[in-house]
Design a protein around this ligand. Sequence first.
Ligand SMILES: [Zn+2]
Length: 332
Amino acid sequence: MTPDTVDVLEDTLTKLKDKYGIMPKGVVYNPSKVPDATVTYNWVDDKIYISNRFNDINNYADIVNKSEDSLIEYREKAVINKAEAEIELNTQRMTVRENLMDTLTHEYGHFIHRHANADYVQKSSVFGAKDLGGKLINGDWKYDINSYYSANAKIEAAKISKYATESPYEAFAEGFLAKEKGQEIPESIEKVIKEAKVKAGVKNIANGQKNGILGSTKDERILDVHPIGKINKEIYKCITDDILTDEVVITNNQIQHIMDRHPNDYERFSSYFGEIVKNPDYIIEANKPNTALLLKEIKENDEIFKTVLRLVASKDNPNYKNSIITFMKIDE
Ligand SMILES: [Zn+2]
């Protein structure tokens, strides 16, 4: 390892320690534990391992450039299906890391993720894996492009980097690194990372965001929300002209409600939610305040859907978003 590299390595580790207060059990130079990578976090023994590739901070730029080349190739490839196409469109870059120390920070992100739950042996209890859009397949969390919920999450992850679409774990670590670099990441991923930091027991982060987002169990529900799309506030003026945000979400509770009361509707039709709230055929005032009953005919299937949308007005909690309360297909 060059003296320059040792200096920067030390500096990076010191900065992370000062900022978060917790560190892996060790940072170990052991190339045999780092197949095909520069640095890796071992989820089981809680150590970060460094390989030969870590030797020279200046050579690392070449490796990064090579992966950017393969991103260009990847984008030129044929389109497979809608979700895959959207991921391709969203993908801005191969990885978030631009230099050698970014690889270390990415691995530190895995370390934070693992420590967000005391039980790291049971993969089913990996923190936030479901909120990141993961599905437990053969005992581990993966993205499943065939499920609307998981495919959507993978599309979001692609906004961070192509590497983030590998798995919910990589979405977390890439998102963590992007945030450390002061970049914007999708809100749904950011929320999981923020809560993981708190659960892992990092030092209080100076900007006080912690208290604004988390704390009471009521606020934690904000973490269970999934973006649906945006509305045009103009067309909802017939309900109220006091709408705080154009964003629409659905919560896990409401998804569960729809699944319980209207079996199969959620799985089959949730992909229409965005279109229904954006372009409803009819907007009817519901019998609750700031609540709209939407009717929409989806032409391709000749089906009519009824959706209830709660709009967030200025006297509501400003952290809330417009939210789908219920949804069903109307049988004729
Ligand atoms: Zn990783």
